[in-house]
Design a protein around this ligand. Structure first.
Ligand code: ATP
Length: 548
């Protein structure tokens, strides 16, 4: 499937726009249009409803306790020192000496595989055979190459580059250069002085050594701009939860196991934002920190891993496109016992990409904040202590204190951390389809009804005989509960197509028969099937289809 078609539909129909588009846009920032905002809101509401208000029963069939939170985007900068973000929240980056721009170092070859000059150049040779067609490459260098990759060594100095490459190919006829090596030859102007170079995805120029680049956006709180007033836009919502752990426990009568959930914006100054909204600099997260006893933590980890995967399939993501990937020991953070990424096969990549991470974070975060703030963030299990048999040390205060201390612990944390924008993008990609109906090709967005931006369209078949009045009455009734549309413009077939293209699951048509027996036509988006339904049943039908 073609990503361009999805991007174009999103703009045409008002799902997603480039931020500040009339000024040429701004890299890594996106705006959601009238339909996009409904879609994303439905996603966040579905998450809140299914994870916070009514999560699936726990591993032993028990009810899960979840509460919500909405913490500030800007916190005391000490939060980000304690969490480790100030010291280590950085990605390796390489600066191009040609254009001066930066590229994320650990994703260089993935980025190159998607860049325009590379995709153009790749048409001109076949790396595995070791054959190089010098005139053809020369022609590319002097034509397309000049436009697409002006700083590529092959473009600046084709004779020298091609002669280095020829020496290499002829010198080892049994081991022709693979694509990566070949590309590095194309990027290298002075082989003897510099060795093979890696090219910049933007201009082809040589990239410098990797250096860490901190991803947190900085700003200042207050009138003065100094180190003392420096603050950070949060790069994740999670820390706002950890620093409120004590507040929530003290105010809400919750006790482990329980979770705190938050939905909100996060900001990361990504070095190479790309793949539409997939990697943006401003995005929204839907995060849970689930606090439990250390000895139960693996049980809760398995619970959340399975619950989160099931949630995506329940909302219409096909399981074959969804891959839970358990991180290997080397990939895990030092404090983490386990982590699973739930990945999705987006059309822009041959490999699945992360939608959500479910991480076992141990006692790391609460311990860090306890040490840095000096505030006790442990939990005392009052209920267990109350029923504990104390007869063996009755009257012995010292012993009692020692025994009591065993009921105090820092809870372990399981963190399912999902991206609202990434899931919105996955839903758009999954929903997009083209088929033939009544001999016509149609584009149809097959959204799950709960996520569809418009739930139903109410259509009078013709604009007379009292049909518009009945339709309008129905529309006014339904719009009190749902986002519905009234459409009386154009032939009925065209109106159905319009709704298909924005993914409206149901159309209710008021026609001649309605005047006779108070029934309407319900037309289903996915197969175009039509049935009759009493007018009085329309709201119930919709309510049933949209129930979680
Ligand atoms: P990646 O490896 O893709 O950079 P990450 O492992 O750094 O992601 P986390 O810090 O675990 O991501 O963030 C949790 C979730 O937040 C991710 O699974 C993703 O859905 C979302 N997310 C993270 N960074 C971005 C971004 N730049 N743009 C959009 N969503 C993001």
């Amino acid at each position: 499937m073609d990503m361009e078609k999805i991007v174009s539909l999103c703009k045409r129909k008002g799902f997603i726009f480039q931020a500040s588009e009339i000024y040429g846009g701004i890299n890594g920032f996106w705006d959601y249009g009238p339909l996009g905002v409904e879609l994303k809101r439905n996603i966040k509401d579905a998450w809140w409803n299914d994870m916070v208000r009514n999560p699936p029963p726990g591993p032993d069939g028990e009810e899960i306790v979840m509460v919500g939170l909405d913490s500030a985007l800007i916190q005391n900068p000490k939060v980000w020192v304690a969490s480790g973000h100030v010291a280590t929240f950085a990605d390796p980056t390489r600066k191009c000496s040609g254009c001066g721009k930066f590229t994320r170092a650990d994703q260089l070859w993935e980025i190159l595989a998607q860049c325009e000059w590379m995709n153009s150049l790749i048409q001109e040779f076949t790396p595995v055979t070791g054959q190089i067609d010098t005139p053809r490459l020369m022609k590319w260098a002097q034509g397309k190459g000049k436009k697409l990759a002006p700083n590529l060594a092959l473009v600046k100095n084709p004779q020298v580059v091609l002669s280095f490459l020829a020496t290499r190919v002829n010198g080892q006829p049994d081991a022709p250069p693979e694509l990566m090596e070949m590309t590095r030859y194309f990027a290298t102007e002075q082989l003897h002085a510099t060795g093979l170079q890696d090219p910049c995805p933007l201009c082809g120029g040589p990239l410098g050594e990797p250096k860490p680049f901190t991803l947190m956006f900085e700003t200042h709180a207050g009138t003065e701009k100094s180190d003392d007033t420096k603050v950070y836009l949060r790069p994740e919502t999670a820390q706002g939860i950890f620093v409120n752990f004590k507040n929530v426990v003290d105010s809400s009568r919750v006790k482990p196991p329980f979770g705190i959930a938050q939905v909100g914006k996060a900001f990361r100054n990504e070095i190479t934002p790309r793949n539409y909204t997939f990697r943006s600099r401003e995005f929204e997260q839907m995060e849970i920190e689930f606090f439990c006893k250390p000895e139960d933590s693996m049980k809760w980890y398995a619970y959340w891993r399975d619950v989160r995967k099931a949630w995506y399939t329940k909302l219409g993501i096909k399981s074959e496109k969804l891959k839970p990937r358990e991180q290997g020991e080397k990939e895990l953070a030092f404090y983490s016992k386990a982590c699973t990424d739930i990945e999705y096969l987006f059309p822009f990549s041959e490999e699945t990409q992360e939608l959500e991470g479910i991480a076992h974070r141990g006692a790391y975060d609460l311990t860090q904040h306890q040490n840095a703030s000096g505030k006790d963030l442990s939990y005392f299990d009052e209920a267990a202590w109350a029923v504990y048999d104390k007869s063996a040390f009755k009257g012995d205060k010292k012993r009692e204190q020692e025994e009591k201390a065993k009921f105090r612990y820092i809870p372990h944390v399981i963190e399912p951390s999902a991206g609202a924008d990434r899931f919105t993008l996955a839903v758009l990609c999954e929903a997009y389809s083209e088929d033939t109906m009544d001999g016509e090709t149609r584009t149809v967005m097959r959204f799950h009804p709960r996520l569809a931006p418009v739930k139903a369209a109410i259509l009078p078949l013709v604009n007379r005989d009292g049909m518009p009045e009945i339709a309008e009455k129905l529309y006014r009734e339904l719009k009190r509960d749902w986002n519905v549309q009234f459409d009386d413009g154009g032939a009925i077939g065209r109106r159905y197509r319009r709704q298909d293209e924005i993914g409206t699951p149901f159309c209710f048509t008021i026609d001649g028969q309605t005047l006779v027996d108070q029934t309407v036509t319900i037309r289903y988006r996915d197969d175009g099937k039509q049935e009759r339904l009493p007018l009085s049943e329309v709201a119930n039908k919709l309510r049933e289809a949209l129930r979680p």
